[in-house]
Design a protein around this ligand. Structure first.
Ligand code: ATP
Length: 232
């Protein structure tokens, strides 16, 4: 479904991604792992904009999307849920979900119902302004808003960052459910334990290069992953 093929990415003259390749097959959940500053967010922003690789290619369903911006990839079926949530604080939960459907309003109410089924808390708070939601609720809203464009592939950046442990479990359970219901997922995570719990496969980025890849089981059992990311 998604093929990232030997991309280099730079901020101005400073190159931060070197020769990164990864693939995501339809129906999979794939985790992109790595320490702070390894380049995970940069790879996501190369897939859905605003960054453009300086070398290599990115293909979605066989079509090159390497230079496209976010408003151009959403209609193709890719949604990005960015780190830091970026919801509209003054607008209600309901209105934020409506805004998520801007590219595709057909069936919007069915999708809103699906989001409320996945996150019942959002339905309880549908009239509340988003800025007054708790951090966990805001994260649920950011994911829910992403689902409102009916994506085939959702890119999730640090969905669990800064959440209390009980909410982290809720968010990962929701990611599993979203995938089971047919949406393909590429997630960027520092919570390696939970990421490998829900993922089929993963890639580890180190200093802008892929240092390891394999099934979630292989990565969880890898002593380098354990030593660096699982406190082992
Ligand atoms: P984190 O987990 O901390 O979000 P990350 O793996 O997502 O880290 P990136 O945000 O992709 O890492 O950053 C990769 C490198 O690119 C870092 O060295 C970072 O300082 C640099 N970088 C990120 N954004 C910019 C920018 N706008 N201008 C210049 N350098 C940047």
């Amino acid at each position: 479904m998604l093929e990232v093929d030997s991309i280099d990415v730079a901020y101005g003259a400073v190159q931060v991604i070197w020769d990164v390749s990864l693939s995501v097959e339809k129906g999979e959940t794939v985790a992109l792992l790595g320490a702070n500053g390894a380049g995970k967010t940069t790879v996501l922003k190369s897939i859905c904009g605003p960054l453009v690789p300086t070398a290599g290619d990115i293909r979605f369903e066989g079509e090159s999307i390497g230079g496209l911006q976010q408003d151009e990839v959403v209609p193709k079926g890719i949604t990005h849920v960015p780190e830091g949530r970026e919801i509209f604080h003054e607008s209600s939960v309901h209105e934020n979900l409506t805004l998520g459907a801007y590219a595709n309003r057909d069936g919007m109410e069915d999708r809103r119902r699906r989001v409320y089924e996945i996150f019942p808390r959002l339905e309880e708070r549908s009239g509340q302004s988003a800025g007054t939601l708790s951090g966990g609720e805001q994260q649920m809203l950011a994911i829910g808003r992403g689902l409102m464009s009916d994506p085939d592939l959702v890119l999730l950046d640090e969905a669990s960052l800064g959440l209390a442990p009980v909410l982290v479990d809720d968010v990962f359970d929701a990611i599993e459910r979203i995938n089971e219901e047919g949406t393909t997922v590429l997630l960027v995570e520092q919570d390696v334990h939970n990421a490998l719990r829900v993922a089929d496969r993963g890639y580890v980025l180190e200093s802008g290069r892929v240092s390891l890849s394999g099934s979630a089981e292989e990565l969880a059992d890898d002593e380098r992953v354990a030593a660096s990311y699982l406190g082992g």
